[in-house]
Design a binder for this molecule. Structure first.
Ligand code: A2P
Length: 278
């Protein structure tokens, strides 16, 4: 009897499945990957979605449930794929598995984008600051590739604090590519891309700029390095994405400068979101 292969080997169906198109490992703690984009998914740069894999079968019932975590979309809204930037936690329920995905594999992606790191939550201003630590760079990878960022602001400052130099590489390369890519120059404009000021710092390995960004803001080093007087509610806007402690500390600094936290429904001077860990 001829074997009906389709019946014998059903294609595994995940709810809201998307296909992995590429994976890049940056360090033993960090990787990025791209997946197909659902045709109907619309989002604003800076938003996040829930993504994940099927969990292990329940030992009693044998049933599997989706294991999902919030991930900032790192790609811009005009891109036909979706990009994500993730930490690898060896005993993390999701990332211990997710770190092994390969092109062709499927992941679950709930097509319901949300988030506060969006232009709509900020009042107009002259200068926008993106403050990131670690994988908190992800929403800014989206916003830095969005023409709206440059249409709205005269200056775009991205600070990224990581433990060591290798952890800066995803962001460093993205900004370098952004500035040298012909397609991006056409899309965003070379004069607009020239507005980017990149300020990377490391805390646990020697690099040209050492220290937490919080310390460098408090002692005035950042302003001296960038030739800026300081931060003011008249001209400056901020978006913050890092660990809880980082977000809290940056918020306090911005509030000391007189800035207030905004929201989608009530745009103000800065917005904050936790970088998600798995
Ligand atoms: P540090 O090495 O001094 O802890 P992590 O990899 O643990 O998520 O940290 C990413 C980066 O964020 C590290 O360089 C870390 O510095 C820095 N960081 C952690 N907490 C804060 C904070 N409250 N304010 C400023 N930077 C922070």
């Amino acid at each position: 009897t001829p074997v009906n292969e389709a019946a014998a080997k059903p294609v595994p169906t995940l709810p809201d499945a998307q296909t992995v198109t590429s994976v890049k490992h940056w360090t033993d703690r960090l990787f990025s990957f791209r997946v197909t984009r659902p045709a109907t998914l619309r989002f604003r740069s800076g938003e996040f979605v829930m993504i994940g894999l099927m969990g292990d079968p329940d030992p009693k019932t044998g049933k599997q449930k989706p294991l999902l975590r919030a991930y900032s979309i790192a790609s811009p809204s005009w891109d036909d794929e979706l990009e994500f930037y993730s930490i690898k936690v060896q005993d993390g329920p999701l990332t211990s598995k997710l770190q092994h995905i390969q092109p062709g594999d499927q992941i679950i992606l709930r097509p319901k984008p949300v988030g506060t790191l969006v232009h709509d939550a900020l009042l107009p201003g002259k200068r926008i600051w993106f403050f990131a630590t670690g994988t908190g760079f992800a929403p800014f990878a989206s916003l830095l590739r969005d023409p709206e960022t440059y249409e709205k602001f005269e200056e775009v400052i991205i600070t990224h604090t990581c433990r060591d130099v290798a952890e800066l590489e995803y962001g460093r390369q993205l900004i370098e590519d952004l500035k040298s890519d012909e397609m991006m120059q056409e899309l965003i404009g070379a004069d607009h891309l020239a507005k980017i000021r990149y300020y990377p710092t490391t805390t646990r390995e020697e690099s040209p700029k050492m220290g937490r960004i919080t310390t460098l803001l408090q002692d005035g080093t950042v302003f001296k390095d960038l030739g800026i007087d300081g931060i003011s509610a008249q001209t400056d806007r901020g978006m913050v994405c890092g660990s809880l402690g980082f977000n809290k500390d940056i918020m306090a600094i911005l509030e000391d400068f007189g800035l207030e936290e905004g929201a989608n429904s009530d745009p103000k001077h800065f917005v904050v979101e936790k970088a998600f860990v798995g």
